[in-house]
Design a protein around this ligand. Structure first.
Ligand code: HEC
Ligand code: HEC
Ligand code: HEC
Ligand code: HEC
Ligand code: HEC
Ligand code: HEC
Ligand code: HEC
Ligand code: HEC
Ligand code: HEC
Ligand code: HEC
Length: 303
């Protein structure tokens, strides 16, 4: 993937920097000196580097920090090298994207809520002190996300929940921290960087394939409003991650005859008078309407 991304290529990428360093400090061009030259003065960083996926001939120290010739000649200093501690978030992001635009889509990351809030690569990834060898995360994924999203921790401790804390499901099963494409289904209206399943559908369907359909008789709410119309995605006090404790109150949010949509422009059908809502039996709508996510046999989802 990075074939041909040798020193010449990197030299091109950092040309503007090379030029400015050159005019600022000396007249001969700043040279690449190789990672070995960094060992004596940065032994802590250097000695751990062999484990790093960047420890390759084409991405040594200077792949990120730029040519080290001036820096070594000056016996160090932040002004003679690309020092991330002096970078703005946007500069740090751009430094990583110069090689990673193939893994991390610019189109997605540029409009992600993370980038908009100045949360960039180096907030989540730690090149020199990673907590996870894979993906070089600054903390294990769940702890990383909770460190900035503490409210979500409480959701995943509720009685009904996706078992994220237990390691069964991960935040990144549903979210793409690098931003997500605009989809045409309901997610298109979400700012939550939902990672689509099957290119264009809710992430939920990747695991709950039986809810995907297509069904002969679709329940439009599942398809149009999406799973979140009835379920809390993270956790809920109610069984089955439902938004409401009693099923019928959920159904009546839509099935109340109000509004002007639906097949006959009369709003969503109210249940017929046969449905005696004072009778507890009828309050458990899904006792009868068992195929609530869609049915291949019955237009009212009874089987
Ligand atoms: C993939 C990009 C990348 C590569 C390759 C890389 N660094 Fe870094 N380096 C960074 C970033 C980003 C920081 C800022 C701190 C951080 O986020 O971990 C940093 C910080 C540093 C620091 C500041 C002190 C510190 O520990 O944070 C030194 C010194 C340093 N790097 C030296 C090196 C040396 C020596 C090598 C080669 C052995 C190297 N770097 C390879 C990206 C890189
Ligand atoms: C002669 C000693 C010496 C050598 C050789 C050396 N450095 Fe440094 N380096 C320093 C000193 C001193 C600093 C300044 C530290 C400070 O101000 O906190 C520094 C700072 C840096 C920083 C800035 C860290 C920050 O604050 O973000 C980076 C990156 C860095 N060096 C990378 C390298 C790389 C890559 C090499 C090899 C090409 C290298 N250094 C070789 C002495 C050296
Ligand atoms: C000079 C090119 C280059 C730069 C700049 C660069 N990387 Fe990399 N990065 C690579 C290569 C090459 C790999 C190894 C890819 C592989 O093994 O498939 C890699 C691997 C990674 C991985 C590990 C992926 C995995 O599957 O475990 C992460 C995370 C990563 N880089 C993040 C960063 C971040 C964050 C920055 C900016 C601080 C950065 N990279 C800058 C070239 C680069
Ligand atoms: C909000 C936190 C966050 C930010 C910001 C972030 N990452 Fe990541 N990144 C992650 C997590 C979490 C994973 C692991 C995903 C997984 O487990 O599937 C990851 C995985 C990766 C991988 C390896 C897997 C892949 O998707 O190819 C690379 C490479 C990578 N990130 C590079 C970057 C670069 C480059 C940037 C900045 C342009 C960046 N990341 C910004 C959290 C982040
Ligand atoms: C360094 C802090 C930080 C880390 C780490 C972080 N986030 Fe964020 N995240 C933010 C900020 C700031 C925003 C934008 C403001 C907001 O909406 O809270 C945001 C926004 C989001 C949003 C959009 C919220 C919305 O209102 O639509 C989601 C989803 C999200 N983050 C998920 C994650 C996941 C998953 C991880 C772990 C892979 C993660 N974040 C790691 C700081 C962080
Ligand atoms: C089972 C899928 C799934 C998992 C796992 C998941 N999320 Fe979400 N998350 C969602 C959906 C769906 C939304 C709501 C999107 C909407 O309605 O716009 C959401 C919304 C969010 C938001 C926006 C604020 C809010 O509560 O509406 C944040 C922040 C967030 N998630 C963070 C996380 C973090 C952190 C993790 C891991 C600890 C995580 N999510 C795990 C599916 C998931
Ligand atoms: C990575 C796979 C995965 C994804 C993606 C996923 N789920 Fe789940 N879901 C599970 C697993 C596994 C369980 C079983 C829970 C358990 O046993 O802890 C589950 C359980 C459920 C339950 C039943 C909970 C109960 O108490 O019986 C509902 C409802 C649910 N998921 C809805 C959703 C919704 C809505 C989404 C999208 C926002 C989603 N799921 C995304 C794996 C996933
Ligand atoms: C119209 C409301 C509604 C929508 C929309 C909805 N569900 Fe459900 N779902 C329910 C109800 C009600 C139950 C509980 C059924 C029961 O207890 O008999 C349930 C149960 C579940 C269960 C656990 C029991 C089972 O059948 O496996 C899963 C998993 C689930 N839903 C996933 C999803 C997914 C994924 C989506 C989006 C594709 C979705 N739901 C959309 C109402 C809905
Ligand atoms: C988000 C809105 C919404 C929610 C919540 C909802 N529905 Fe629906 N439902 C619809 C729409 C829209 C239709 C299609 C109406 C039409 O075509 O005119 C429909 C159709 C139906 C039908 C088929 C009607 C027919 O004659 O074809 C049944 C049965 C049904 N819903 C039962 C339920 C039950 C039971 C619940 C609660 C578990 C529920 N719905 C929750 C929106 C919703
Ligand atoms: C005891 C079984 C049972 C329960 C409980 C039940 N239904 Fe029904 N429902 C039916 C039957 C049977 C039909 C089909 C009537 C027909 O075909 O004429 C139906 C039809 C419907 C229809 C289609 C329009 C209509 O009335 O013909 C809707 C909408 C509906 N039910 C919603 C609900 C809602 C919402 C609840 C919970 C408050 C619920 N049902 C509880 C048995 C039940």
């Amino acid at each position: 993937m990075f074939q041909g991304m040798g020193l010449k290529w990197s030299a091109l990428l950092y040309l503007p920097l090379v030029l400015s360093a050159q005019t600022a400090t000396q007249s001969s061009p700043n040279k690449y000196v190789g990672s070995q030259a960094c060992k004596t003065c940065h032994p802590d960083v250097w000695l751990n580097f062999y484990k790093n996926p960047h420890a390759r001939p084409d991405t040594g120290c200077e792949g990120c920090h730029g040519p080290g010739g001036d820096h070594v000649a000056a016996h160090g200093g932040k002004a003679t090298i690309r020092a991330f501690s002096t970078f703005t978030p946007a500069q740090a992001q751009e430094a990583c994207l110069s090689c990673h635009a193939k893994d991390v889509s610019r189109a997605n990351i540029n409009h992600s809520p993370h980038t908009n809030a100045d949360i960039v690569c180096t907030n989540c990834h730690s090149i020199h002190k990673p907590a996870t060898p894979r993906f070089l995360l600054a903390k294990t994924q769940t702890e990383l996300c909770y460190s900035c999203h503490p409210a979500e921790r409480a959701a995943f401790e509720m009685p009904s929940k996706h078992r994220v804390n237990e390691g069964v499901v991960q935040c990144s099963d549903c979210h793409n921290p690098h931003g997500a494409p605009n989809t045409t289904v309901r997610m298109g209206g979400s700012t939550a960087m939902l990672q689509p399943a099957f290119d264009n559908e809710e992430p939920c369907l990747k695991c709950h394939v039986d809810k995907r359909g297509p069904f002969v008789f679709e329940h439009p709410s599942v398809r149009i409003e999406g799973c979140e119309a009835c379920h809390m995605p993270h956790g809920s006090m109610n069984a089955k991650l439902l938004r409401r404790p009693v099923v019928f109150t959920l159904c009546l949010e839509c099935h109340n005859g109000a509004g002007t949509f639906g097949r006959e422009n009369l709003g969503v059908f109210e249940p017929s008078s046969m449905h005696n809502l004072l009778d507890p039996t009828y309050q458990h709508c899904t006792l009868c309407h068992v195929r609530i996510h869609g049915s291949n046999a019955d237009p009212t989802f009874l089987r």
